[in-house]
Write a protein that binds this ligand. Structure first.
Ligand code: MF3
Ligand code: CO
Length: 270
């Protein structure tokens, strides 16, 4: 392991910073493997983007993801993960995340949907999500989707080596609130690569200059969930998975997986 990185981490640790365990700093070899998984994950999302349309069910999206991933020689990370029943999360309108694909749920004119895809290739993990607009979407919904994408990009820009993880949530929450929206706090991004969910937890409401030190070689997701109304969410008590806004107003989410480098954040899921 790079001596310079080790020495820097030790310096920050002695200054009282929260620092990542060395196991969270990926080696060049691991980074190559994770990038290969991300490449397939992106191709899956491109395939969904090319085929998603009004009238289709969210199960049809699951079928697209499942078949494309298999043909690529990869595995859907979500299927069976802690008992999750499907291969992809499809979250429509007031569903914040972890929507479960169903034949009964059709995509209607004016809907906004998050499709969240996670892939395992050769034991390495990738995770990203996109928003799609179905048919004629209202200006209010378009604005929510646009601001959510801006929040993600600002969060990524803030993920600089030798900064802190709180820098990310600080810019995201500032931008969301400036636009009259709230940010979900109970869920966040996460380290990823050797496992689906690793340390650190990436809050989307951090405070600049606080939280874990960002070190080159760290890989994690940023996946802000932005609500039109209150930030509070509720869990579906029947399926045990789907998270909704408490007030039933719309929510949007987009997610990228990034690598911290000395030269800045590198998006692995483009
Ligand atoms: N990409 C989602 C996340 O990181 C996947 C959730 S796990 C699932 O939170 F089982 F719900 F798919
Ligand atoms: Co994720």
């Amino acid at each position: 392991m790079n001596e310079y990185i080790k020495n820097m981490i030790e310096k920050y640790r002695l200054e009282g910073h929260s620092v990542p365990d060395m196991s969270l700093i990926k080696t060049p070899k691991q980074i190559e493997k994770i990038k290969a998984a991300c490449k397939i994950n992106t191709a899956v999302l491109d395939y969904v983007e090319a085929n998603i349309k009004m009238g289709m069910s969210t199960q049809d999206i699951d079928d697209l993801v499942s078949s494309f991933t298999k043909e690529s020689g990869a595995i859907c990370a979500q299927l069976g993960y802690q008992g999750f029943p499907k291969s992809v999360c499809t979250s429509v309108n007031e569903e914040v995340c972890h929507g479960i694909p169903s034949r009964l749920k059709k995509l209607n004119d004016g809907d906004i949907i998050n499709v969240d895809v996670s892939t395992i290739l050769d034991g390495y993990y990738a995770d990203a999500s996109r928003m799609f607009e179905i048919g004629n979407v209202s200006e209010e919904r378009k604005r929510l989707v646009r601001v959510t994408k801006e929040c993600l990009q600002l969060g990524i820009n803030a993920a600089q080596a030798w900064g802190n993880i709180g820098d990310i949530g600080a810019v995201i929450s500032q931008h969301a609130r400036k636009n009259g929206y709230s940010v979900v706090t109970q869920l966040g991004g996460h380290g990823i690569g050797l496992e689906f969910h690793e340390e650190p937890f990436v809050s989307h409401v951090g405070i600049k200059g606080t939280g874990m030190l960002l070190v080159p070689g760290m890989i994690f997701t940023i996946e802000p969930m932005i609500n039109v109304g209150v930030s509070d969410v509720v869990l579906d008590k029947y399926n045990g998975w789907t998270i909704y806004t408490r007030d039933g107003k719309d929510s949007a989410q987009v997610e990228h997986q990034i690598l911290i480098t000395e030269e800045g954040p590198e998006i692995l899921t483009y």
